[in-house]
Design a protein around this ligand. Structure first.
Ligand SMILES: *Cc1c(COP(=O)(O)O)cnc(C)c1O
Length: 229
């Protein structure tokens, strides 16, 4: 077995165990393979092993890799997105995980309208209130959501967070718990206006805790491809 196949089997096993531990089904959790800095041949290998959801965090890299992967990969834009680059990802990605301002939402809406599509988006939440982080503070989620709901070419599918970098994944448990609570509250409050099914949280270092706390989508790079250094 090659290293990617071996890594994937390990990740799948851990997803399974974390799901079981919290009374969930592994099939309810979508694995997004994060392909930043990874060459097309290795990305293709991951896709061929059955990981059809692929995530990139930079527009330029996404656009370069996009035509190189054979098959029907489902691309996700998971990184910070500048408004002037929105036009390059519309039509390529199935979801933008990183909407954290009205201005960005409006540009996505405008470009999606132009392309004649409806764009799925997640609101990125800076749940740990880190100063250096992208994402909207928890208190800003509802005001932003209200504005996004008025945009006809956007569909808000849920929430995303990039948790803190910690030595011990347990240290992020409370932040994941807070994300899940916010997610459930919003789904209930806005049940008439939208269908929120996606809670994107958990990376190589903390995905098991994220799953135990309710993640429906995890974004894994290092755990599949090895260290990017
Ligand atoms: C790089 C990245 C990931 C994956 O990180 P790993 O630690 O390599 O699993 C997930 N989400 C975002 C937004 C990223 O930029």
């Amino acid at each position: 077995m090659d290293v990617i196949a071996k890594n994937l089997a390990g990740v799948q096993e851990r997803i399974h165990r974390a799901a079981q531990k919290s009374g969930r089904k592994a099939s309810d959790i979508t694995l997004v393979g994060v392909t930043k800095t990874i060459d097309a041949a290795r990305v293709q290998r991951l896709y061929d092993l059955g990981v059809v959801n692929l995530g990139e965090n930079r527009v330029q890299e996404l656009c370069a890799k996009y035509p190189l992967i054979q098959g029907e990969p489902v691309w996700h834009m998971i990184g910070h997105l500048q408004t002037n680059k929105v036009k390059h990802v519309i039509g390529k990605v199935s979801m933008i995980h990183s909407v954290d301002s009205v201005k960005l939402g409006e540009e996505i809406d405008r470009q999606a309208a132009k392309a004649g599509i409806i764009m799925n988006v997640l609101i990125e939440v800076n749940i740990a209130q880190e100063r250096t982080k992208e994402g909207v503070a928890e208190s800003g989620v509802r005001p932003l959501l209200e504005r996004l709901l008025a945009l006809p070419h956007i569909k808000v599918k849920g929430l995303m967070t990039v948790a803190r970098y910690v030595e011990n994944e347990e240290d992020n448990r409370n932040d994941f718990f807070k994300m899940k609570r916010l997610f459930v509250d919003l789904a209930e409050e806005y049940a008439d206006n939208m269908n929120m099914g996606c809670l994107s949280m958990g990376m190589t270092n903390d995905y098991e805790v994220a799953i135990e706390e309710g993640a429906t989508m995890i974004r894994i790079g290092t755990g599949l491809f090895g260290s990017r250094l």
